[in-house]
Design a protein around this ligand. Structure first.
Ligand code: G3H
Ligand code: 13P
Ligand code: ZN
Length: 309
């Protein structure tokens, strides 16, 4: 098996009423934990790399480790640029072997978002790479950019057909009330399923992407707080809402914060229980195993893509 695009995966996911997990990767243990979990559940998987991840780990290291994961697991794996900020970053990832890129023009006016997305689509399609675009704007923190709730905006369904047909993008991220990070809702979690439904009606068969989809699993938040951390009021998207979205037009569900929480909680727990340890292989084994188990849970209980590789 080689690195693949998401085209076939999304087609099957749409028809089958499930979604593919898109997990953010920043180091070897995260890549191994995710792909070991996917292997155990025989699930297709998207490994996504942000601009910040490329800066932290370097493109070539992440690429080579993902190639190793493909060789090791023999699974269909997509390598995707998450929140590509501009044409140049997308081009660099396309030239550097990614099979999918996101161009995030969600902060731009409609026409500028279209122009930028179209430029990326032309270059990507010439190189056999698929493109995710975004309409509407999520709240929360990505890299160092914080989008306040007031500056966030729901996707307007009456814009999606024109946007997709004029840009030629292969999938579309929409804003229905999720947000990035570990603090998604104050009070009752609420997602605009009516917007998702209307977008699905206007774009039949077209894959929709849900960002900001970590559930902020209480077990890991509690673990962090029990072992010396401080995460008051963290709250994510309830898993039954994600499950529902996966049965609708959503084919890709983005998860990063849950990986960070599991990793951090388990490292904190390890040190609390073994204050004398100083070998990174000991505490990183706990983190990697925890990520593997959390990813298995997402695949089976939330995404429904187990057995679909
Ligand atoms: O949506 C953003 C992802 O969680 C990536 O975060 O830019 O800090 O790597 P990052
Ligand atoms: P979370 O912060 O909810 O994990 O969202 C991740 C994401 O959308 C990556 O693009
Ligand atoms: Zn995102």
């Amino acid at each position: 098996m080689a690195i693949v695009t998401s085209t076939e995966m999304f087609k099957k996911a749409y028809e089958g009423g499930y979604a593919i997990g898109a997990f953010n990767v920043n180091n070897m243990e995260i890549i191994q934990g995710i792909t070991e979990g996917a292997k155990m559940e025989n699930a297709p998987v998207i490994l996504q790399v942000s601009a910040g991840a490329r800066k932290y780990a370097k493109h070539v290291y992440l690429m080579k480790m993902i190639e190793a994961a493909v060789q090791d697991t023999d699974l269909p794996i997509v390598v995707h640029l998450d929140h590509g900020p501009d044409f140049e970053t997308c081009k660099s990832c396309i030239d550097g072997g990614f099979s999918s890129v996101m161009i995030d023009g969600s902060h731009l006016p409609f026409e500028e978002n279209i122009a930028q997305t179209k430029r990326v689509v032309e270059y990507a399609h010439d190189h056999g790479v698929v493109v995710e675009a975004e309409l509407g704007r999520l709240a929360g923190v990505e890299d160092d950019v914080k989008v306040s709730a007031e500056d966030s905006s729901y996707t307007q369904p009456d814009e999606v057909e024109e946007f997709v047909s004029r840009t030629g993008c292969d999938s579309l991220a929409i804003a229905i009330g999720t947000s990035h990070g570990a603090y998604k809702f104050k009070g009752e979690p609420k997602l605009r399923f009516d917007i998702l439904e209307e977008v699905g009606r206007r774009l039949p068969g077209f894959p929709i992407v849900l960002h900001g989809a970590s559930s902020v699993i209480p077990e890991y938040v509690d673990m962090i707080n029990e072992f010396g951390g401080k995460m008051p009021g963290a709250q994510g998207v309830p898993e039954d809402m994600l499950r529902k979205a996966a049965t609708m037009a959503v084919c890709k569900i983005n998860i990063d914060s849950d990986l960070r929480l599991a990793f951090t909680g388990l490292v904190r727990k390890h040190f609390a229980e073994h204050p004398d340890h100083f070998d990174p292989r000991q505490y990183l084994t706990d983190a990697r195993t925890g990520i593997r188990d959390m990813v298995r849970h997402k695949i089976v209980d939330v995404l429904g893509c187990n057995g679909k590789a």
